[in-house]
Write a protein that binds this ligand. Sequence first.
Ligand SMILES: Cc1cc2nc3c(=O)[nH]c(=O)nc-3n(C[C@H](O)[C@H](O)[C@H](O)COP(=O)(O)O)c2cc1C
Length: 213
Amino acid sequence: MKKEFSQMPETFKEVWAGEFEGFAWHDFLTAIPSVLFLITSYKSNGKENACLQSWSTFVGDKGEFICIIGSVSKRSHLYQTLKDTKCCVLNFPSRDIYDKCSETIKNNNFDDDEITKSGLTVEKAVSVNAPRIKECFLNIECEYLWEHEHFEKSRDVTVALRAKHICMDVDKCDENTIGRYGKSGYMYNIHSPRNPETGEVTPDCFGALEKYK
Ligand SMILES: Cc1cc2nc3c(=O)[nH]c(=O)nc-3n(C[C@H](O)[C@H](O)[C@H](O)COP(=O)(O)O)c2cc1C
């Protein structure tokens, strides 16, 4: 048996004030997981910027690899740095360094070197003027292509980036050994799944991808 949902279930209650303004109830109902990464760039004062991201996807078209960043807040440093520099790096962490990655949310002042201050190491990108995070197992260096509002005057925009260069840890290359998945590979953001029958909230958590045939 399936259930139909055109409106927010009455059982859904905000965990924090403004939660349903910041996010859609559909997000909590579907709780579709998405890969987690940090976008790094330079602010106009030359300081490092880092922004944890989710809700994104990656597509290949005519030999170009296009990163569709689903939800970039217009109020973020990231949005401003993309406007200014037209480039960035996507850095994919495994869970052993997640705590440091989340520190970048606290170390978010304009004058902060957000990567270094969070205990992570900056390395120079090969093809763009943006910092790369050494501890992340995959770095995709990108140039800005375009942005689009989700709807008129939406808070966030979708941004398309073109990959120019990729750097990947050799340990991750062989799917017969460590590979890219499981608990040492890509991290997935699982955003507060709710049970529409009872309203029960499963707190934010992270997941790993298990391969099956
Ligand atoms: C798990 C997780 C996922 C996030 N995903 C996004 C996202 O997709 N888009 C976004 O704008 N902010 C997202 N954020 C919030 C930003 O990472 C956070 O506001 C950040 O400090 C903004 O950085 P900036 O203003 O320096 O660019 C996420 C935060 C967490 C903890």
